[in-house]
Design a protein around this ligand. Structure first.
Ligand SMILES: [Zn+2]
Length: 421
């Protein structure tokens, strides 16, 4: 064989190999009977979604399906973006025999908490939550380990934006006694002065936090608006947003004035503070507990009902004021017959009870949350270039949000996680 012929043979074989490997770059074509655009609350019918490796390549009616693509027929289903839970505690759990967080946290070492996180992450994903923001209470950075294990493909789980250790004024959310002040470790980083705040933020970032979580007001001494502004600026210099746990009206007001990205819980917020949050672009992550979830916290039934009613009242007022909301559950209780995912999805009942239209709830569960988490350019919509985080339900959640409780199909980063009839 002449040398030129040998070269062209080599080039030919190489090209064939490239062609074959290109075809092998996994292309999945999803036939979508109904496709919801959660940004607009509209539905398109008979769409084709082309997924190549981790991302969405094209979406449209009558798109040609490339030869060799594997086809997933969801013609009888409604397709929508994967859901978000912007307030999880994946590496924390209380069980029916002990609902007390303090003693549970002390008993369980970080290694166990990480394994717990693996289990909860899988459960969340199987219920359709493809992205979460995990806001602390994970021992000594079990959340960072979990995030890294998910990102490397070691274990299945939602994309995580994790907070590391919660930064709080002395004592955190615990009620310590003077002989054992160290029992607040490693759950909280106590920071009372500005120097301590800087150090706590930097420690968190160094150990893998992607968001900063602060407790504003779980003690009589609370972070001032100036403290919070200081924290927001320091975190912001490293590109991190701040989530603020607020139990009181005053705490929520300080957080809104301080310019946090989100107020967590905020169930005592007045209309005036909700308006202030709206003006300052602060998102409310309401953690609006349905009654069974409130009972699972260990509250007596009558108190759980009252607790729930306060949330519903605030949810109604928040919707009326028009403050931006993102779905967040704060679910951390083990309940018999439920998974972390089924517990998290049950919070849609509160939105239904508050009379919030399904199209707005879907936005709260996807695009609003994606924006808050800072992943809106990668996740939260089904559009070309976005990561293929896709779920499907038998009935359209726009007609009935209960459909979200039976997710038949889950895809995350282009990988099928679940497919059931
Ligand atoms: Zn929480």
């Amino acid at each position: 064989m002449k040398l030129t012929k040998l070269y062209s043979a080599i080039i030919g074989v190489t090209l064939l190999f490239l062609c074959l490997t290109t075809t092998h770059a996994q292309v999945i074509a999803i036939r979508a009977g109904k496709l919801i655009d959660t940004e607009t609350g509209t539905t398109a019918t008979n769409q084709i979604i082309l997924v190549e490796s981790e991302k969405i390549k094209a979406v449209g009616a009558g798109l040609p399906i490339p030869a060799g693509a594997s086809v997933i027929d969801l013609s009888n289903y409604t397709i929508l973006p994967g859901l978000f839970d912007a307030h999880t505690h994946l590496c924390q759990s209380t069980s029916a025999d002990n609902r007390d967080l303090f003693t549970t946290d002390i008993r369980e070492p970080t290694a166990y908490r990480a394994i717990l996180g693996v289990s909860n992450a899988k459960q969340m994903l199987e219920s359709g939550f493809t992205t979460v923001r995990d806001v602390g209470n994970n021992g000594n950075y079990a959340d960072t380990a979990l995030r890294q294990a998910i990102e490397s493909g070691l274990v299945p789980g939602p994309t995580m934006i994790n907070a590391g250790r919660i930064i709080a004024p002395f004592g955190g959310q615990y009620h310590l006694q003077p002989d054992r002040p160290e029992l607040g470790n490693p759950e909280y980083l106590f920071a009372d002065t500005h120097d301590e705040m800087v150090k706590a933020i930097r420690q968190n970032i160094h150990f893998g936090a992607l968001v900063i979580k602060i407790v504003v007001d779980d003690q009589k001494y609370i972070y001032s608006a100036d403290d919070i502004k200081f924290i927001v600026e320091e975190a912001g210099r490293a590109g991190l947003k701040v989530a603020a746990h607020c139990m009181t009206e005053k705490g929520a007001r300080n957080a809104a004035l301080g310019g946090v990205a989100s107020i967590e819980h905020g169930f005592r917020m007045s209309d005036e503070t909700l308006q202030l949050a709206k003006r300052n672009g602060v998102v409310l992550v309401g953690t609006d507990f349905p009654v069974p979830a409130a009972i699972a916290l260990g509250l007596p039934a009558d108190f759980a009902q009252k607790f729930h009613d306060v949330f519903i009242d605030r949810l109604k007022r928040a919707y009326k004021v028009g403050v931006t909301m993102a779905y967040g559950t704060d679910s951390f209780a083990e309940v018999e017959g439920e998974t972390r995912g089924t517990m998290a999805i049950s919070y849609v009942d509160s939105f239904v009870e508050a009379g919030i239209p399904a199209k707005d709830v879907l936005k709260i569960m996807t695009t609003n949350a994606a924006q808050l988490l800072g992943v809106e350019k990668q996740r939260g919509t089904i559009k070309p270039g976005m990561f293929a985080d896709i779920i499907a339900t038998r009935d359209s959640p726009l007609d009935n949000l209960q459909a979200l409780k039976k997710v038949s199909f889950v895809m995350k980063n282009g990988t099928i996680i679940k497919q059931t009839p």
